[in-house]
Design a protein. Structure first.
Length: 389
């Protein structure tokens, strides 16, 4: 039963836009009382009759006392200032008065999110050990190697193995994860800015875009200029929280060593380093390996993957190993079915599990990631910190 905070004499009845049973109360004090009368209720819709400041205070209180409960705010006017304050307080969505479709959809999303958060927190169950998932960063110093495609399909292969997986698009300026799986980026990493310094599981969950059961996405910003606003510390905070929510967090990165990428690598349990059998890509791979050695990252947590390994370009896998001076851990063949699946918004691992590309990625996931003991990461960030400022 949804709790609707709306004076009885209010001219517009919001209950018609809320699916299921609705319990209407006159004020926020009554709403709080109703919540504690029904511990299973996880949704409060606060109508325009309630004062905004009081509504935000009410939400902040619930965030501490009832973290699974979602608050949706209905206001006569919605602007950037209100959205920022509401997000900081923990309000899940702000809806304009009269937009019944938006209110109905917001209620559905909030209920789904509450269910996910409740399952993560094991509410009403015996306490369990805190989950410590693996962070896997996919990196290539050269664009065009298929990094985003590999990252998404690797996440799909992990999720298909009954793992809970989240893809983080860390290419903050030109991220392609959303368009590659045909998702609308309603929420992105930039929405985490008001929560910086106090991000928790509930806040992180509110940023995610579900894709398939067991596979969620944290999408890159879409507004020009937002990338520059996101500090590397927030990336670290996000990954630290997400690894407690998922078995695997797969990070897609831009083709450059940035502060954000190095933060992800510092927190990673595995580095997937991607190249293709062409001279520029192999040269960049060699530089990448030298850079990681210089920064004291453990070689035990890295894998070198050759994408489009069977391309007829006059270079064999042994030639690649000779140039990059390290062993190849996986080879993913070339196929026109890969861009076809991307254009359809479905990873080839899901679309055609028996395809050689799908098999190669799934085999890599099994052999190098699933069930592998997490080795301690080199604690080198502090030593490198002054050199990267």
């Amino acid at each position: 039963m949804t709790i609707l905070c709306q004076p009885a004499a209010w001219p517009e009845d919001l209950s018609a836009s809320i699916d299921g049973e609705v319990r209407t109360v006159d004020d926020l004090t009554s709403a709080l009382r109703a919540l504690y009368d029904d511990p299973a209720e996880d949704l409060v819709v606060v109508g325009p009759g309630a004062d905004t400041t009081e509504a935000l205070g009410f939400t902040e209180q619930l965030r501490v006392e009832r973290p699974t409960t979602g608050v949706i705010l209905v206001r006569d006017r919605v602007d950037v200032t209100l959205l920022t304050e509401a997000l900081r307080a923990g309000v899940r969505e702000v809806v304009a008065v009269g937009d019944q479709t938006a209110l109905t959809a917001a209620c559905e999303r909030s209920r789904e999110l509450s269910w996910r958060v409740r399952s993560e927190m094991h509410v009403d169950e015996e306490p369990e050990p805190t989950q410590h998932g693996k962070v896997v960063t996919v990196f290539s110093a050269k664009g065009g190697c298929g990094k985003t495609t590999i990252a998404i399909n690797l996440a799909a292969a992990l999720a298909d193995g009954v793992q809970r997986v989240c893809v983080v698009d860390l290419d903050l300026s030109f991220g392609d994860v959303a368009i590659s799986v045909l998702l609308e980026p309603v929420r992105t990493i930039s929405d985490a800015l008001p929560m910086a310094g106090h991000l928790d599981t509930t806040g992180a969950a509110s940023l995610l875009t579900p894709y398939r059961p067991g596979l969620d996405m944290l999408l890159a910003p879409v507004t020009p200029g937002d990338a520059e606003k996101i500090p590397a510390a927030l990336v670290g905070e996000l990954l630290a929280v997400l690894r407690g929510m998922y078995d695997f967090v797969v990070v897609d990165t831009p083709a450059q060593f940035s502060e954000h990428v190095l933060t992800a690598m510092d927190l990673s349990d595995h580095h997937v380093l991607l190249t293709t059998p062409d001279t520029p890509a192999m040269k960049n791979m060699r530089i990448t390996l030298d850079m990681l050695d210089l920064l004291s990252y453990s070689r035990d947590i890295r894998s070198v993957v050759v994408n489009r390994s069977d391309s007829k370009v006059g270079l064999t896998p042994s030639d690649v190993e000779r140039v990059v001076r390290t062993a190849i851990n996986a080879q993913v063949p070339s196929s026109r079915n890969v861009p076809i699946s991307t254009n359809k918004g479905t990873p080839i691992v899901f679309a055609t599990p028996a395809h050689p590309v799908s098999q190669a990625i799934a085999r890599f996931a099994r052999e190098r990631l699933i069930g592998q003991t997490v080795r301690p990461r080199t604690k080198s960030f502090a030593r490198r910190g002054s050199g990267r400022r």
